[in-house]
Design a protein around this ligand. Structure first.
Ligand SMILES: [Zn+2]
Length: 253
């Protein structure tokens, strides 16, 4: 099991550097006791960056794994279990993912409220352009412009984004399970990390990285929609406008 430093709090997502110990190595995949690298999951793409060990700096090109997090580096890495490394994530990519992911929660929450409880049935968060699938929905131009207007208005309000740990019962008492997708989670999961926008404007179980203020997103721009069949439509978006961008912390975790 790798300790996931980015998951400690939303604020922890703003750290860029950390120290860790190599726990195992398999070919070009290196597992650490702790990491700031986000592994592919929950629709969010992995972080890239570098690991610096006894033999120099190695690029991290892929990160996967739910419990143990595997960092893919070059073939001739020479790392061994017990080696100490300094990890650094690519801040530009990480921050883009944070902004895109919070935007996704905001869009999903507003679509549910404005368009008869249409659910989010899929999402892909990338640094340049992201997408969300909704069902049941049949967006027309008016609906899309209303959506963009509502989302950008919330951004301008500078609502805070917070996280907390809640039980299944607590979450379901506040929001319908089809809005939070709680009904899709295995019954064995009792406690979840909840990401909340403003005063319960949106609440969603999520292990992703997020910004702490909507002003950091900027405005969303919908690039297009596409039918995926059976009442499902996909929208693609990117981020524009004048976001209040933050810098990463310089402290090494
Ligand atoms: Zn999420």
């Amino acid at each position: 099991m790798t300790e996931k430093l980015y998951l400690e709090s939303l604020d922890a997502g703003y750290y860029q550097h950390f120290n860790a110990t190599v726990t195992s190595v398999e070919d070009n995949q290196v597992t650490l006791d702790r990491t700031l690298f986000y592994p592919l999951g929950g629709g969010q793409h992995w972080d890239t960056g570098a690991l610096t060990g006894p033999n120099g700096e190695l690029n991290v090109t892929e990160v996967r794994g739910r419990n143990a997090v595997h960092h893919t580096v070059g073939q001739n890495h020479q790392l061994e279990p017990g080696d100490e490394v300094r990890g650094s994530i690519d801040w530009e990519t990480r921050y883009a993912h944070m902004r895109m992911h919070t935007a996704q929660h905001l869009v999903s929450g507003i679509v549910y409220e404005q368009f008869n409880g249409a659910r989010t049935v899929g999402n892909q968060i990338h640094a340049n352009g992201s997408r969300i699938d909704f069902n049941p929905i049949a967006f027309d131009e008016t609906m899309l412009s209303t959506l963009v207007e509502s989302v950008n208005q919330r951004v301008d309000e500078g609502l805070l984004v917070t996280d907390s740990v809640m039980t299944r019962e607590e979450i379901n008492a506040i929001m319908p399970p089809d809005r939070t997708n709680m009904d899709l989670l295995p019954i064995s999961v009792k406690e979840l990390r909840i990401v909340q926008i403003g005063d319960r404007l949106d609440m969603c179980p999520c292990a992703g990285t997020h910004v702490t203020n909507l002003e950091e997103i900027g405005h969303i721009n919908i690039l297009g929609k596409k039918s995926k069949g059976k009442g499902t439509q996909r929208i693609k978006y990117d981020l524009v406008g004048s976001p209040q961008l933050r810098q990463p912390y310089t402290k090494v975790l």
